[in-house]
Design a protein around this ligand. Structure first.
Ligand code: URA
Length: 235
């Protein structure tokens, strides 16, 4: 069941996608010529042929200058993994190592995430890994609301292109952004949420786990919940 906010976000996303479809069809704006109306008419009837791919989205992101984070970044960290993944891990934003390499979760927190993925019985190549924002905030500060607002449509488009069944939201920031809530992660974790055709499991961020090793038990409980829902064999 979608709330009004989710329904509005979905409607805006669909309008955006329709406009991109029109642009890809060779139009740089609206006109009312027969050909343009024909293009509009075909929108939605041929969704398979026009479905955006991750490459389309990356191309559209380009050398992004849509927010101030572009000034200090070395690399855009778009995401990595399987474009057909059943499970997507979403973190907050790139840190130093990710910015240097242009790959998500490759630093210390990333190494722990790799172990978590392995413990679930999967590999990094079988899942998709990305972040709410694609550029490193200076000094690893929290992303500002305008940066999230500018960047999160790209995450939504990535999720629509991949069509995963499950999203694991890593940490407070990803969980609150994806679930559109201000509830603390300690209250959000421990259960699965149905959200916009996705099953979302929030858990603690691996960087937080590195500092609070006593929370590993809770993360493992969340992963077991996820494995059960995905039909993966439990140890
Ligand atoms: N932390 C994140 O949230 N994302 C990364 O890619 C790396 C560290």
């Amino acid at each position: 069941m979608k709330n009004k906010n989710q329904a509005a976000v979905q409607a805006i996303d669909e309008i955006e996608e329709a406009l991109r479809y029109i642009a890809r069809s060779g139009w740089d704006g609206f006109d009312c010529s027969a050909r343009c109306l024909e293009t509009l008419e075909s929108w939605g009837k041929t969704p398979v042929g026009v479905k955006e791919t991750l490459e389309d989205i990356r191309r559209d992101l380009g050398d992004c200058r849509r927010c101030g984070l572009s000034a200090g970044r070395k690399n855009i960290v778009f995401g990595a993994g399987s474009p057909g993944a059943r499970l997507v891990f979403v973190g907050e934003g790139p840190g130093f190592d990710e910015d240097q390499q242009g790959e998500p979760f490759v630093g210390a927190a990333g190494r722990l995430l790799t172990k978590i993925i392995k413990a679930v019985g999967l590999t990094r190549d079988q899942v998709y890994i990305c972040n709410i924002i694609k550029c490193r905030p200076p000094g690893n500060r929290n992303p500002e609301p305008d940066e999230v607002e500018t960047c999160s449509p790209f995450l939504r488009r990535q999720l629509r292109a991949i069509k995963p069944e499950f999203v694991c939201a890593l940490g407070k920031f990803a969980a609150q952004t994806i679930l559109e809530t201000t509830e603390p992660i300690s209250r959000l974790r421990g259960r699965m949420y149905d959200f916009m055709d996705l099953r979302v499991i929030p858990t603690y961020h691996p960087a937080y786990l590195l500092r609070n090793t006593d929370k590993k038990r809770e993360v493992w409980a969340d992963m077991k919940l996820l494995m059960k829902a995905m039909g993966l064999p439990l140890p």
